[in-house]
Design a binder for this molecule. Structure first.
Ligand SMILES: Cc1cc2nc3c(=O)[nH]c(=O)nc-3n(C[C@H](O)[C@H](O)[C@H](O)COP(=O)(O)OP(=O)(O)OC[C@H]3O[C@@H](n4cnc5c(N)ncnc54)[C@H](O)[C@@H]3O)c2cc1C
Length: 424
């Protein structure tokens, strides 16, 4: 079997694993990141740090770092208590800097959360958003009269639904339906295809001609997130100039273009930095000998590869990523068979009310770690001195309800990478 050697192997290529690879490469380490990287395309593109705490009370915070101070007092086991505010700030700054260099500019409002329109016609608090969506927060805040323009045949975005649900809180909002050039008579058009087409000037000119009469006189225009794939800032700016009106994007339901943009930005950026990627591979279940350097086997399309590495960062996610598996009786970790903190019995996984504000205990299941983010083995000691974990596989957090997904992933990735490179 062919062998490859690395300073650090990252298992899992969701946001947490990709951030870990990025942060390690910045430090000059020889890095591998392995795993199917499809999970990012489900992301909305928003980068949350923290908005809801405590979830049982549904208290929404304007300031993520004030929320974090409250969180670490109330929940000292939450991963944020291990990484600390400074690491969260650094991780997010590095992530945004990297994305900007890859053509994907993000905007925050300093230390404040921004309220962003969603495809359901709700507004969601989040910390940083793609620059092409940023004007949406200001338009909602100022209740700027706005026309939401849908695209005929585009699934996952209904301008009517967005408008009807927002109207009680946003009186000057209305909607129109445009036809994307060349799609007359088509029952379905695809967001990713439109996004790639709009990178071409001729398509933008045609689309602007189709939209212009519909949005005449509008103070601002909202469009589904289809404005380009690799250069969305340029596409949005050009279309806005052609229509002579400020515009912003609203995400479509997943899988969606903003997630694909993130994925492509990482693909291009990491390969520029010399990170080795095996995006079609899965790491096979393995037993690590604490006295030896870790050895893994990656099963790729063209046969297995043996990976020798000084340290491993495990970033395989929870149930969606399949880092954790929910069996008939218990939850297991799928690569190293690590102990999983979980409710004692299966009937305690979920509360009776599906929409219970407190969430479900199963959504706080995951790996227990020490302060360096080394997962604990059955005896309560680190399973291997150079095995680390980051992202949503960590226990004691409910990232969906707490609205802390990206912040949790990036900051635990940075903390795990620092620990791993020190140890290696
Ligand atoms: C529907 C949706 C909406 C989202 N919306 C937001 C949002 O509004 N704000 C926000 O901040 N974030 C959002 N996110 C992103 C969220 O923050 C990230 O998905 C999450 O933080 C990433 O977690 P992760 O990388 O730990 O796990 P995952 O994204 O689950 O990635 C784990 C990866 O590990 C891989 N893997 C598993 N087992 C193996 C193995 N044996 N070998 C190799 N690879 C393996 C999986 O294939 C997967 O790609 C959203 C995500 C989703 C899915």
């Amino acid at each position: 079997m062919p062998e490859q050697r690395f300073d650090l192997a990252v298992v899992g290529a969701g946001l947490a694993g990709l951030c870990a690879a990025l942060f390690a490469a910045r430090k000059g380490a020889k890095v591998l990141v392995a795993g199917p990287n499809s999970s990012l395309q489900f992301a909305s593109g928003f980068l949350d740090i923290l908005a809801v705490q405590p979830v049982e009370q549904g208290r929404v915070w304007d300031h993520p770092f004030e929320a974090m101070a409250a969180l670490v007092k109330d929940e000292p086991d939450h991963p944020y208590a291990k990484v600390g505010e400074d690491t969260v700030r650094r991780a997010m700054a590095r992530l945004m800097e990297f994305l900007a260099l890859s053509g994907l500019e993000y905007r925050s409002a300093g230390d404040k959360n921004q309220w962003m329109p969603t495809p359901a016609g709700t507004v969601k608090p989040t910390w940083a958003v793609p620059a092409t969506m940023a004007a949406g927060a200001e338009a909602f805040r100022d209740r700027t009269p706005c026309v939401v323009a849908g695209i005929r045949g585009l699934k996952g975005f209904s301008a009517r639904q967005v408008t009807e649900n927002l109207a009680p809180r946003w009186p000057g909002i209305s909607h129109v339906q445009a036809e994307f050039p060349g799609t007359a008579g088509q029952s379905e058009v695809f967001a990713e295809r439109i996004a790639r087409q709009l990178e071409g000037e001729a398509w933008r000119a045609d689309f602007a001609r189709a939209l212009s009469p519909l949005v005449q006189g509008a103070d601002c225009v909202a469009l589904p997130a289809v404005l380009g794939m690799n250069r969305p800032g340029e596409v949005a700016e050009d279309l806005s100039a052609r229509l002579a009106v400020p515009l912003f994007e609203i995400p479509t339901i997943p899988p969606a273009v903003p997630g694909v943009r993130l994925r492509e930005a990482f693909l291009q950026g990491l390969s520029r930095m010399g990170v080795q990627t095996l995006f079609k591979a899965r790491i096979l279940p393995a037993t690590l000998d604490p006295k030896q350097d870790p050895v893994l086997v990656a099963e790729a399309g063209d046969g297995p590869v043996e990976i020798h590495t000084k340290a491993v960062v495990l970033a395989t996610g929870r149930f969606l990523g399949r880092g954790l598996l929910a069996g008939r009786k218990s939850i297991t970790e799928t690569v190293f068979g690590l102990p999983v903190t979980q409710p004692e019995r299966r009937d305690q996984w979920h509360r009776i009310d599906f929409l219970d504000r407190a969430g479900h205990p199963v959504n706080r299941a995951g790996l227990e770690t020490d302060e360096l983010l080394r997962p604990l083995g059955p005896g309560g000691r680190p399973a291997h001195p150079r095995l680390f974990a980051c992202g949503t596989i960590l226990a004691h957090q409910d990232w969906v309800r707490q609205k802390c997904g990206a912040g949790l992933s990036a900051s635990t990735a940075l903390h795990a990478v620092r620990s791993a490179l020190d140890a290696a």
